[in-house]
Design a protein around this ligand. Structure first.
Ligand SMILES: Cc1cc2nc3c(=O)[nH]c(=O)nc-3n(C[C@H](O)[C@H](O)[C@H](O)COP(=O)(O)OP(=O)(O)OC[C@H]3O[C@@H](n4cnc5c(N)ncnc54)[C@H](O)[C@@H]3O)c2cc1C
Length: 417
């Protein structure tokens, strides 16, 4: 039984969820809006005072995220990139192909004058370093603690936080909901999200190939499925993201390791030699979810609580991060203005700019899923022509590479709302 709430505490911004999105926003606010008093409430136990290296157990089974080159620039701006880079694997080349069909396209970092097209980072390493960096800021880090309930008004939000069996009311000028895709608060506050089920699952695991990765990533489409291999830590290790019809997922999750590797080999082919080892497998149901109006008086939704997309293009978190930097920059400006932080007028320009980015990335990822999910017929032929044409047209390839690198929208990502 927790003790009842005592006196109310106050802050300018209260962020619910200190995951990748919430922690990045808190760092963004410390950088772009240092005068604001910010609190983050995170339910999973993470101790920012302990060195990430001592807390992080590098494991073959760790899940990873592909950060676009533009996200590296954002983390440089926030001062955390040098630490993140210590365990990041550069993606220098990307090979996109369609199994058993003619078109392919290749992208190389050297064509864009950058050290890499992107980087693969263990989610655990990313999270710990973000939270550790927060220690050098004035942010209140409430963890492990959980938001039990929240109410919003025109100029503020009231949030009930439970920590160490004690309940405490917080009043914030702005509540930021960053509690992930299964956001309980989103529902509780009455936000509605559109949802389209793809009828697909992603199977995620670390795999080892006989040939070294040489910083080469692959995206290989075959009969309604996509196999993405992202170079990961060891010279022969890849983070695998295999999207497939939901009807296949249970069987593939249950296969013995040898049988699983055989099926993967048959799907992907031999371009990386033999698939020799697979770690623990995880599966995720895939849907496109978007909250139509993510801002209301006193509250804004960010990260997966606001939008989650198909992982085929590895864009979900990169998109969220650009939005978080826009939001922190906007709040930095709003901090010195007479209007209250929580009034929607304050956030109108952020909403408009970020929505354009969301529409473009959702359109791109969703279009990719549609074209590559077709097993035959017109979209299949379109895909062959598209890949071959892309390879032959450097301008279009550059455009695609820049979009994937998060550079098309970079100006607005670093604080120009
Ligand atoms: C298979 C797969 C592969 C992907 N690969 C990529 C990729 O390569 N590149 C990319 O850019 N994106 C990728 N994504 C998307 C990316 O994983 C998400 O965008 C990202 O995890 C969203 O982070 P978040 O912080 O919004 O949510 P979460 O990571 O879910 O964090 C939410 C946090 O809120 C906390 N919380 C929840 N409720 C409460 C509460 N009541 N009180 C306090 N705390 C609470 C949780 O403990 C958690 O820490 C992928 C997604 C999938 C499914």
């Amino acid at each position: 039984m927790s003790e009842p709430a005592s006196t109310t505490r106050h802050c300018d911004v209260l962020i619910v969820g200190g995951g990748m999105a919430g922690a990045s926003l808190a760092l963004g606010l410390a950088r772009h809006a240092p005068s604001l008093d910010v609190a983050v409430v995170e339910s999973s136990p993470l101790d920012p005072s302990v060195d990430p290296e001592a807390q992080f157990q590098p494991s073959y089974d760790a899940r990873a995220t592909a950060l676009a080159y533009g996200s590296r620039l954002i983390y440089e701006d926030l001062g955390v990139w040098p630490e993140l880079a210590r365990a990041a694997t550069a993606i220098e080349h990307i090979h996109v192909s369609s199994r058993g069909r003619p078109g392919t396209t290749r992208m190389h970092a050297s064509e864009h004058g950058t050290a890499a097209l992107g980087y693969v980072v263990d989610n655990g390493w990313l999270g710990l370093n973000l939270v550790s960096a927060l220690q050098n800021t004035a942010t209140h880090w409430l963890c492990p603690a959980r938001v039990v309930t929240a109410e919003t008004g025109r100029n503020s939000a009231q949030v009930l936080v439970e920590q160490d069996d004690r309940q405490q009311w917080w009043q914030a000028r702005l509540l930021v909901v960053a509690d992930g895709g299964r956001s309980g608060l989103r529902e509780q506050l009455g936000f509605t999200a559109s949802r389209r089920d793809y009828g697909q699952h992603a199977l995620v695991a670390t795999v080892t190939t006989s040939a070294p990765h040489g910083h080469q990533a692959y995206e290989r489409f075959a009969e309604g499925a996509a196999v993405a291999l992202l170079p990961h830590r060891g010279d022969h290790d890849y983070a695998l993201v295999w999207t497939m019809d939901s009807a296949e997922i249970e069987r593939r999750m249950a296969l013995g390791n040898d049988a699983f590797l055989e099926e993967l080999q048959a799907r992907f082919g031999w371009r990386q030699g033999r698939f020799e080892h697979v770690g623990q497998r995880h599966s995720y149901a895939l849907a496109l979810e978007q909250v139509v109006h993510p801002v209301r008086p006193g509250v804004v939704l960010v990260g997966n609580a606001a939008h989650s997309l198909h992982p085929v293009a590895g864009q979900g978190f990169n998109l969220a991060l650009r939005g978080l930097m826009r939001l922190s920059s906007r709040l930095g400006k709003a901090a010195g203005e007479p209007l209250s932080l929580g009034q929607p007028e304050q956030l109108a320009s952020y909403v408009e700019t970020h929505q354009q980015d969301v529409d473009a990335i959702v359109g791109f990822s969703d279009g990719l899923v549609r074209v590559f999910s077709e097993k035959s017929g017109f979209p299949g032929r379109l895909r062959d022509i598209g890949l071959a044409a892309l390879d032959a047209a450097p301008g279009a390839r550059n455009w695609l590479a820049h979009r994937n690198m998060g550079l098309n929208t970079r100006r607005s990502s670093l604080g120009h709302d």
